[in-house]
Design a protein around this ligand. Structure first.
Ligand code: CTP
Length: 408
C-alpha cells in the first residue's frame, strides 16, 4: 500500500464518462483514462465500433480498473438501463478523441451506437476534444455542426495545429491528455465555492539583475503558488497567475502574466484588482542599486555591489493609511527559519493581511524546492490552525478552502 500523491480532490467522487471514437488519436485516450483514474476519478469508457479497430476494451479496462462498454452492450441484457444509466450517473461526458462523424451525429441528434444514444440522453455537461485529418475540421459541415452544438452548451477544446497521421501539418490534432485533464477540471469546478470570484496568485522567486548576464534570485520553485492557482481554478475562480520564470507548466485556464524582478511583480500586482490576492511569490527584499550596462569582467577585480531595499508589494497594495485597497482578501506567506509564529504574526499585522500561511523552512521536508509543506495558518481574527505535513497540492486545496470562507 502506498500513498497516491496524484489524487486531487477535484476528481475524487467524480464520475467521468469517457467516449472514445475511431480516430488514430484513440491511443492517447488510454493515457487520458489513466491520468483521470490516477487523479481520483471514476472513469467509465464507451468505445465505438471503429475505435475497437484502433484499440481494445482491455486497454481501457486495465487503466481504469472498470468494465468498458462497447456497441455489443447496446444489444445485451442491460441494454434498457445502459443508455440512460451511464450518462445519468456521470458528472461529465468527455468525448476524446471525437471524429467529425460523431460530432455530426450529435449535432443532428442521431443515436445509432451506444455512445450517441448515451450522449442524446445526457443531462451532464459535455466536453468534446475533436481529432481529424486535414480539411475535415475546417469543412463547412463540421464548422456548422460545432456551432450548433456550442449553442446547446457543449464545450469544445482544440484541435491543435501540427503533425497529423496523414503527414499533413494542419489543425486536427487531439489536445495532449494533460491539457484535456486541465479543461476537465475547469468544468468540474465550475460551481465550486469560489465561483464568480477573481483570484490573483503570485508565484516563484524574483530575479534581480546585476549585469546583462547575472542575477540575484532565491530557492523558490513556484510549486506552492502554481498549486494554489490550480486549486483556485478547481474551486471555480477566475485566476490570474503572475509568475517569475519557472520550469513548471501553468494550470490550464489561468491568465498568465510573466515577470522577472520585484519591481515588475509590484507593477503587475498593482494593475490588478480582485476578490483575493495570494502572494506566494518570494519577492526579493534587496536588489542592486545600479544594474551594470555591460557584463562585469574579471579583469576589473571583485565588484562591490551596493544593494537597495525593494518595495514591499503587499504593503503597497494593502491600502494601509489613505491608499485604496485593491483586493478584498489578502493572503501572504511567511517563510521563516526561526520564531515562526511571532514573525508570521508580525507580518500578518504590518502587511494588513487577512490570512498568512507560515512555514518553517529549516525543516528538510517543508518549504523551498520540496514537494511537501507543513503550514500554520494565522487568521486576522486571531484563529490559528496547524496543518500536518502534506503535499503542496493538498496544502493549496486546504488554503483555498479557508480563503473561500473569508470571501463572502
Ligand atoms: N513580500 C512582498 N514584497 C516584498 C517581499 C515579500 O509583498 N518585497 C510578501 C511575500 O510574497 C510574502 C510576504 O510578503 O507573502 C512575506 O514575505 P517574507 O519574505 O517572509 O517577509 P519579508 O516581509 O520580506 O520579511 P523578512 O524577509 O525580513 O522575513
Amino acid at each position: 500500500m502506498f500513498y497516491n500523491s496524484k489524487a486531487m480532490s477535484i476528481f475524487s467522487d467524480k464520475r467521468i464518462l469517457l467516449g472514445v471514437t475511431g480516430s488514430i488519436a484513440a491511443y492517447k485516450s488510454a493515457d487520458l483514462a489513466s491520468k483521470l483514474t490516477q487523479a481520483g476519478a471514476q472513469v467509465d469508457v464507451i468505445l465505438t465500433q471503429a475505435t475497437e479497430k484502433f484499440i481494445t476494451p482491455l486497454t481501457f479496462q486495465s487503466v481504469t480498473g472498470r468494465r468498458v462498454y462497447t456497441d455489443a452492450d447496446l444489444w445485451g441484457n442491460e441494454a434498457h438501463v445502459l443508455h440512460i444509466g451511464l450518462s445519468k450517473n456521470a458528472d461529465l461526458l468527455l468525448i476524446a478523441p471525437s471524429t467529425a462523424n460523431t460530432i455530426a451525429k450529435l449535432a443532428h441528434g442521431l443515436a445509432d451506437n451506444l455512445l450517441t444514444v448515451t450522449a442524446l440522453a445526457a443531462t451532464c455537461p459535455i466536453l468534446i476534444a475533436p481529432a481529424m485529418d486535414g480539411g475535415m475540421f475546417e469543412a463547412p459541415a463540421t464548422q456548422a455542426n460545432l456551432a450548433t452544438l456550442k449553442t446547446r452548451g457543449v464545450t469544445f477544446i482544440g484541435p491543435a495545429e501540427g503533425h497529423l497521421a496523414s503527414g499533413l501539418n494542419a489543425k486536427g490534432r487531439l489536445l495532449e491528455p494533460s491539457e484535456i485533464l486541465g479543461h476537465t477540471r475547469i468544468i468540474l469546478g465550475k460551481h465550486g465555492n469560489l465561483a464568480g470570484k477573481k483570484v490573483v496568485v503570485t508565484a516563484g522567486g524574483t530575479q534581480e539583475a546585476i549585469d546583462p548576464v547575472r542575477i540575484i534570485t532565491n530557492h523558490s520553485s513556484g510549486k506552492q503558488g502554481y498549486a494554489l492557482a490550480q486549486a483556485a481554478l478547481d474551486a471555480g475562480a477566475e485566476v490570474t497567475l503572475i509568475t517569475t520564470p519557472s520550469a513548471l507548466t501553468p494550470p490550464i485556464g489561468a491568465n498568465l502574466i510573466k515577470v522577472k524582478s520585484a519591481k515588475e511583480l509590484l507593477n503587475a500586482v498593482s494593475n490588478e484588482s480582485a476578490d483575493v490576492l495570494i502572494m506566494a511569490a518570494a519577492a526579493a527584499d534587496f536588489r542592486p542599486k545600479v544594474i551594470a550596462q555591460d557584463k562585469m569582467k574579471k579583469r576589473d577585480g571583485i565588484p562591490q555591489i551596493e544593494l537597495e531595499v525593494t518595495e514591499d508589494i503587499l504593503k503597497s497594495v494593502a491600502g494601509l493609511g489613505s491608499g485604496k485597497r485593491r483586493f478584498k482578501i489578502m493572503v501572504g506567506f511567511a517563510a521563516e527559519s526561526q520564531n515562526l509564529l511571532e514573525n508570521a504574526e508580525e507580518k500578518l499585522k504590518s502587511k494588513g493581511l487577512d490570512l498568512i500561511a507560515a512555514n518553517d523552512i529549516s525543516a528538510k521536508d517543508a518549504g523551498f524546492e520540496v514537494e511537501t509543506n507543513r503550514i500554520t495558518l494565522l487568521f486576522a481574527s486571531g484563529i490559528k490552525e496547524s496543518l500536518p505535513l502534506m503535499s503542496k497540492v493538498e496544502a493549496a486545496e486546504k488554503i483555498i478552502e479557508r480563503i473561500a470562507t473569508l470571501v463572502e
